[in-house]
Design a protein around this ligand. Sequence first.
Ligand code: NAD
Length: 499
Amino acid sequence: MDEIKHYIGGKYVSGTSGRTADVYNPATGEVQAKVPLASADELNAAIANAKAAQPLWAAQNPQKRARVMMEFVRLLHRDMDKLAEALSREHGKTIPDAKGDIIRGLEVAEFCIGAPHLLKGEFSEGAGPGIDMHSVKQPLGVVAGITPFNFPAMIPMWKFCPAIVCGNAFILKPSERDPSVPNMLAELMSEAGLPDGILNVVHGDKEAVDGILDHEDIMAVGFVGSTPIAEYVYTRGCANGKRVQCFGGAKNHMLIMPDADMDQAVDALIGAGYGAAGERCMAVSVAVPVGEDTANRLMEKLTPRVEALKIAPYTAGDDADFGPLVTKEAETRVRGYIDAGVKEGADLVVDGRDFKMQGYENGYFLGGCLFDNVTKDMSIYKEEIFGPVLSVVRAQTYEEGLDLAMSHEYGNGVAIFTRDGDAARDFASRINIGMVGINVPIPVPLAYYTFGGWKRSGFGDLNQHGPDAFKFYTRTKTITSRWPSGIKDGAEFSIPTMG
Ligand code: NAD
């Protein structure tokens, strides 16, 4: 049995709290490792370490900090296979999908290589008589990231790469369900030249999270996970005076207009609905065909595709569509939703509940499920299922479909499939959702744009990665200077103006 350790001050340290959590292989159901759950004392020691290391790191010129990111990117490529294998072993996703998880994080590291440019301040010469004014962006100090299980490489990198390249020290509290890859990433950052203490991985649960939220030396917290925890972290962190951004759950709709290319729409739905077993915050979980005829054509093409989904453990090769769910608990929760959908009167057109993976009977496998005639009042529509379950809600008109997506409490991602530019423009303009796809089912913005949902999918006012991350992880100082005369002329009692 592997003992996973914390990574603090550039080295692995065993947990001392006496509390651990089991880490499973979701394909076999076996416990493959124990992860330590940090106590407040262990967390405090890591924060003290980070605080001591941060000033020297912040004093390095930004090009030197960017070079660490450059080397980190090279090392990620070097270790891609090893990282993907470790990721799939704990998460269950296929190897190609695990590589996608790593690469979408790596792309943020690439963006961070531009830090010297992105951290440039402003300067106004002669803002007043003999007066110059300039602004600088300074790091905050020690900041923290709390991340979910479903992207154990990408989301930690979305957090620590910009934070660190801005000159902060970082405490990462990754998901306790798949903790190995975050450790490996921290080791690679050390190998890339990051000084000890700047990136620390402290494993844990609520105790560690609360410790982060209450610690006076943590200046900012970035969280990604489910909405109730996002809201809790946001509220408690803000109450303690921290800068906080929290990204939560989702229920992403995809409208299929009567003029859509139906083959393209079905391909999109299959990938976006069932990839990673639906365990993606940008998964499409609600398909909204507009008009009865569109709905009938969609179901005719979609149903056989869902029936033919190929499910396998990651070890079975690269052509599987998806693997098991992450834990038994997740499997039980998703099965509970499917049962509830049937009870509430939706038509379960494809029932994946009896799917058994031969040779992996104890794994957390579930076949793809497809519901038709789902309505707004059903729990399978209202709540995030986070499994391989797609709900079809039939809308009679475009306005009805638009209103459906707009009325949902979540606002992470949304898509429209159409050949009509006017409908697409109207949709993108009016929708109250943060990330919009036009004939693109999973519109995850690239590293140089920003990622963030609206409504109850996001708390805080700045998005993740892109230019927003550089704002979130720095604070602006504005300096007004007067050279060389005037200061000795006497006191000024009215507020200075530049007139
Ligand atoms: P989760 O909320 O269970 O856990 C997220 C983090 O919070 C973990 O590090 C966990 O240890 C910690 N945590 C769990 N319970 C806690 C508690 N009671 N108090 C304090 N901390 C606690 O989420 P998850 O199951 O790991 O991830 C899936 C969720 O994340 C889904 O809802 C998904 O939509 C969401 N997600 C959102 C985005 C986004 O960008 N909006 C991206 C990925 C995942």
